[in-house]
Design a protein. Structure first.
Length: 228
C-alpha cells in the first residue's frame, strides 16, 4: 500500500517496440533500423552485403556479421530465398510469434498497464490531459459534472460546444499558471487547481444566470400585478 514514503507506482509511459528490445545492442539496433528503412518496412528484401553495412557504419565487418547472426537468432530478420538476402521482421510480426500470457499479450514485450483515466472513452479526458502536458489525472465523473456546468452556462459561453469552452478556459488557466511559476509563484499552479478554477468560472456564470432569471421573473410578476 503506497504511503508518504512510497509513491504510487507509475506505468511505463510508452508502448513496446523493437527499440525497447534492442537498445542494449546499439549496432544491432542500428542495423535493424537501417534494414527497415531500406526495405520500406519489410516490403522488399534486403540484399546489401554485410561488408557494405560495415562500411556504412564505420564498424568492423566481424562485428556487423555478429550482430546479423544475433538478429537472425532472435527472430528480427530471416533469410530470404538466398542466404545473401534477408527479410526484415516488424515488431508486430515478431511479437505475434512469441509466447503469450492469459490476456494474449507477448510475454517478452513491455506491457503498459493503463490507469483508469487512460482507459476512459470520453475524448475530453484526453484533451485535458494533453493540454496539461500529461500532468492532469481526472476521472469521467468529474468531467461529466464539468460538462453539465458548461451546458448550464451556455448563454455566456464563447464557443457553441461545451467541450471547446472547457478546453479554451483550461488552456488559459494553464498558461496563466505557467506565468506564475516563471515569476516564482507556485501556489495553485498545478493542473488540478487550474481545472478547479475552470469549474469555478462556470459556477459563477450559472449564479449570474440564475440571478438574472430570478430578476426577470420578479419583473414579470410585477408587470402582471400592475396590469388592469
Amino acid at each position: 500500500m503506497p504511503d508518504f514514503k512510497q509513491p504510487t507506482p507509475k506505468p511505463k509511459p510508452f508502448y513496446c517496440g523493437a527499440y525497447w528490445h534492442l537498445w542494449r545492442r546499439g549496432l544491432a539496433h542500428s542495423i535493424y533500423n537501417l534494414m527497415g528503412a531500406v526495405t520500406q518496412g519489410g516490403e522488399r528484401e534486403f540484399y546489401a552485403t554485410q561488408a557494405t553495412v560495415a562500411r556504412y557504419f564505420g564498424a568492423h565487418e566481424q562485428s556487423v556479421a555478429k550482430e546479423f547472426r544475433w538478429l537472425r537468432k532472435c527472430g528480427w530478420i530471416e533469410f530470404a530465398a538466398t542466404k545473401s538476402h534477408f527479410r526484415w521482421i516488424s515488431h508486430e510480426s515478431w511479437a505475434e510469434a512469441r509466447p503469450k500470457d492469459t490476456e494474449g499479450d507477448c510475454l517478452e514485450c513491455a506491457q503498459r498497464k493503463l490507469l483508469p483515466w487512460e482507459l476512459n472513452p470520453d475524448p475530453l479526458v484526453g484533451e485535458l490531459h494533453a493540454i496539461s502536458g500529461g500532468k492532469l489525472r481526472v476521472y469521467e465523473r468529474r468531467v461529466a459534472g464539468l460538462r453539465r456546468l458548461a451546458k448550464q452556462a451556455a448563454p455566456l459561453a464563447h464557443f457553441p460546444e461545451p467541450d471547446k469552452e472547457i478546453c479554451f478556459l483550461f488552456a488559459r488557466e494553464i498558461a496563466e499558471a505557467q506565468g506564475m511559476r516563471d515569476r516564482g509563484q507556485f501556489g495553485g499552479t498545478g493542473p488540478g487547481a487550474c481545472l478547479w478554477r475552470v469549474e469555478a468560472i462556470f459556477r459563477d456564470r450559472n449564479t449570474k444566470l440564475f440571478a438574472k432569471r430570478a430578476s426577470l421573473a420578479e419583473l414579470q410578476e410585477q408587470i402582471e400585478r400592475s396590469s388592469p
